[in-house]
Design a protein around this ligand. Structure first.
Ligand code: GLA
Length: 377
């Protein structure tokens, strides 16, 4: 990928720039908790967006996407927003840096990636984080704090891409560290690295290849439900709500809002239980909680689909320790905690069973927990 980017950069711009990369992410547990002030437990993975970038001395950004095979050129004022959806992520990052008083001038860029699109692995956060990191390095002497870079990506989603996401994906993409998961408290924004190197287990992603696009999905609606319930309880977020609180207002809120909040309240506690279990080396409990999360995401939060429920059921039948939908939902991947001696059989069987039922094979990815945003040599 690097060579291809270098070659095309030279061809288009007659020169060479600096290389940057940022990662996609997994999340072991803690789904839809980030925008509720709860905990998440993500890590960056070895699938990245990579870009070569060079200031061009103008006030224009000229950027080529290898994977989409499209070129976009835009200015840096609010009214200059490009029409290509992919370019809006880059434009948004530029604007959000400027809004915070940072400097962005014209630059040339070529980028590519191997984070599968729409699989729930946060390809968009990887793109935002790669450019946020690069523009901080190229124009701001790295004076913007790394956490702020994640917030720049998140604001880009809110203000330029129509997704009212939480902070998890951009946080994981920017702050990821090889071999470590991170527990982030999305209210205080305190975080802790957790070395993750289970000897007898591996994490396997099974991508249903059912496309997931949060923008036109009811993702924002889920968030609104949670905010309505929190407001009804007089709380800032559901972080502080208990099941007793929720049950005390059950008759005043819609059945749907009740179900959404019920999931979030349960999920908050599951993240903490999983952290404790990990420290104790108790992977059976980790797996059990993952299945509980799937059940909640499917029945109460209703962000699953038949293909993902099928993958979950089959994983259970095959004796997989833990399995659940990962990310926003509405398609994409399941994440599976698999005993090493079951790994090959699981991959073979799940592929065959899924293909028999849905006519196309899922993609399988073994997870390698890797570094987040960085400059490349
Ligand atoms: C998407 C969002 C995140 C988070 C997850 C669900 O990935 O971008 O902020 O809400 O969904 O956990």
């Amino acid at each position: 990928m690097k060579e291809k980017i270098n070659e095309l950069f030279l061809q288009r711009f007659g020169d060479h720039g600096t290389m940057y990369a940022s990662a996609g992410r997994i999340n072991l547990i803690g789904e839809h908790t980030d925008y509720n002030g709860g905990f998440v437990f993500p890590g960056a993975i070895d699938k990245v967006i990579m870009a070569e970038i060079k200031p061009n001395g103008t006030d224009k950004v000229r950027v080529f996407s290898i994977d989409i095979d499209q070129y976009s050129e835009f200015g840096l004022k609010e009214e200059d927003a490009p029409k290509e959806a992919w370019a809006r992520y880059i434009f948004g990052v530029c604007r959000e840096i400027q809004k915070r008083g940072g400097v962005v001038k014209g630059f040339d860029a070529v980028f590519a990636g191997n984070v599968p699109l729409g699989a729930g692995l946060s390809s968009s956060a990887a793109l935002e984080s790669c450019f946020a990191f690069a523009l901080n390095d190229l124009f701001n002497n790295n004076t913007i704090d790394k956490f702020e870079l994640a917030k720049i990506g998140q604001s880009t989603e809110h203000n330029y891409c129509g997704v009212n996401c939480g902070i998890m994906d951009q946080f994981a993409s920017v702050m990821g560290k090889k071999g470590n998961l991170m527990r982030l408290d999305c209210r205080s924004l305190e975080y802790e690295y957790f070395p993750f190197d289970p000897k007898d287990y591996s994490l396997v992603l099974v991508d249903s290849r059912v496309k997931h696009e949060l923008k036109d999905s009811p993702y924002n609606k889920r968030r609104e439900s949670c905010e309505r319930v929190a407001k009804h309880l007089g709380l800032e977020t559901l972080r502080d709500a208990t099941m007793e609180d929720l049950n005390s207002i059950k008759s005043d809120i819609s059945a749907e809002d009740y179900m959404r909040a019920k999931f979030v309240i349960g999920e908050k506690d599951r993240v903490l239980a999983v952290c404790d279990a990990l420290v104790a080396g108790d992977y059976e409990t980790v797996g059990k909680k993952m299945y509980e999360t799937h059940e909640g995401l499917s029945k109460d939060y209703e962000v699953s689909c038949v293909e993902l429920d099928f993958l979950n059921d089959e994983a259970k039948k095959l004796g997989v320790t833990g399995s659940r939908i990962m990310g926003g939902g509405f398609g994409g991947c399941t994440i599976n905690l698999v005993k090493n001696d079951l790994h090959d059989k699981f991959v073979e069987e799940i592929t065959e069973r899924f293909e028999d039922k849905y006519g196309h094979a899922p993609m399988i990815y073994d997870v390698v927990i890797s570094d987040g945003a960085r400059k490349l040599d």
